[in-house]
Design a protein around this ligand. Structure first.
Ligand code: ZN
Length: 425
């Protein structure tokens, strides 16, 4: 075997066919797909080969201040991602020194280079920011959450969004005025009611349409909010939507015990009916992305009431739950975990050529095809995994899924032709 080539043979998830996939380890790209010939470096049996999973919503915490590296950094987030079968992620800007202009963005971007998992940074939009020179995705926090990058009123937000006409903007939708009105309520979920999200989704959709943004609504938790987005898409608004594992797996029934560990924005507060409704829309492809909102805090911080859950380590096992418990086909998983998020990050690839016909030489994420990045996630649907602290790589060392056994697990993660996780005997 040529030393620059890595060959893996097995069942390709989206077609169900056995293929031999050859990856050039110099370029990191898939160089050939052919019929199996028993000459592969790795020959799989019944495992499924997915185009590597991509998580569009991660807080890795490290920034140029390094004051939150104790929660997570780009190395440990990268390890947790590999553990969960995530080969690339997009990372959020609510840092102590937020990336909001060319200089702060490049400085933070340098820190990501130690990660083997590809990291695309969002730039933040705050009360006094303006667009960068480079084409990047933006994130806006409509109301106060974690960090200082937020607006107090929707009017204040619109004044700034005007400057971002035509850009890619992701919205954290919680209406600051509704949060303010409910701030003295007794529980976290009452302080942040569903109406805060629904009202903010309406406002975000209005901005997206008015300023011709490529919009993305983050972690939408209410069926009413998602349906507004689906209606907007139908009338031609350029908008996509994420849903998190926690809004699909948990509902109001867990709020009795251990509520602090499950505290997150927007909160877990929905009915079972709402939860199952979100799962159905994800399966149908009407929700575009399974994006985790991985937001690591220490156990002590969680006990003090900090919002955010961890997810990177459990991305692949959670996918197996969607397949086993909710009958997602491998194709339906590929759409929301690989292809759609791949299309999102490919928009910002520095290697992207001017002519799309050159794309096959340049590498893109989301498909198992010649010319695409050779980063793959291998799931064994017959190898259950129990989530315990011991198997996690995230620095904060806990998961909302602890104690839960998922039916399938990530047995191999390959990044650009290199095996970075291997549990195949
Ligand atoms: Zn987030």
């Amino acid at each position: 075997m040529h030393k620059d080539l890595f060959v893996i043979e097995g069942i390709v998830a989206n077609t169900g066919e056995r293929k031999s996939i050859e990856i050039n380890t110099e370029t990191g790209l898939i160089s050939k797909i052919s019929e199996p010939n028993n000459k592969a470096d790795v020959t799989l049996e019944n495992e499924l080969i997915f185009p590597g999973f991509i998580d569009l919503h991660v807080h890795a915490r490290e920034d140029t201040s390094h004051t939150q590296d104790y929660k997570e950094d780009f190395i440990t987030a990268n390890e947790a991602a590999i553990n969960g079968g995530v080969v690339a992620f997009a990372e959020m800007p609510n840092n102590p020194i937020p990336p909001i202009d060319d200089e702060s963005y490049e400085a933070k971007n340098k820190l990501t280079k130690k990660s083997k998992v590809e990291i695309l940074l969002y730039a933040g939009i705050g009360p006094h920011t303006s667009p960068l020179n480079k084409k990047v995705p933006y994130k806006v926090f409509m109301g106060p959450s974690v960090g200082e990058l937020f607006f107090n009123t929707q009017k204040e937000l619109e004044e700034v969004i005007k400057n971002y006409e035509g850009e890619s903007v992701s919205f954290h939708c919680e209406d600051p005025e509704i949060l303010e009105k409910n701030k003295n309520e007794r529980t976290h979920e009452k302080r942040r009611p569903p109406t805060a999200e629904i009202s903010a989704v309406d406002f975000a959709l209005g901005l997206i349409e008015k300023y011709h943004l490529s919009g993305k609504i983050c972690h939408c938790s209410t069926l009413e909010g998602v349906n507004k987005i689906i209606d907007a898409k139908a009338r031609g608004v350029s908008v996509v939507v994420e849903v998190t594992p926690h809004h699909l797996y948990f509902d109001e029934t867990i709020l009795r015990e251990e509520r602090k560990m499950f505290q997150v924005n927007p909160p877990i507060r929905q009915s079972k009916e709402n939860r199952l409704g979100l799962i159905k829309l994800l399966k149908e492809g009407k929700i575009d992305f399974l994006a985790t909102d991985h937001a690591p805090h220490t156990i002590e911080e969680k006990e003090r009431g900090m919002s955010g859950l961890t997810h990177l380590d459990t991305y692949g096992p959670f996918v197996s739950w969607l397949m086993k418990e909710h009958d997602f086909t491998p194709q339906e998983i590929v759409r929301v975990c690989s292809e759609n998020p791949g299309n999102f990050i490919n928009n910002f690839s520095e290697k992207k050529p001017a002519r799309t016909t050159d794309f096959v030489q340049s590498g893109g994420y989301g498909k198992i095809e010649e010319g695409y990045v050779g980063s793959l996630t291998i799931l064994d649907m017959n190898k259950p995994v129990k989530i315990t602290k011991e198997i996690l790589k995230t620095k904060c060392g806990w998961s909302p899924f602890e104690g839960i056994t998922f039916d399938g697990s990530v047995v191999m993660t390959i990044i650009k032709g290199k095996i970075l996780k291997n549990e195949i005997k």
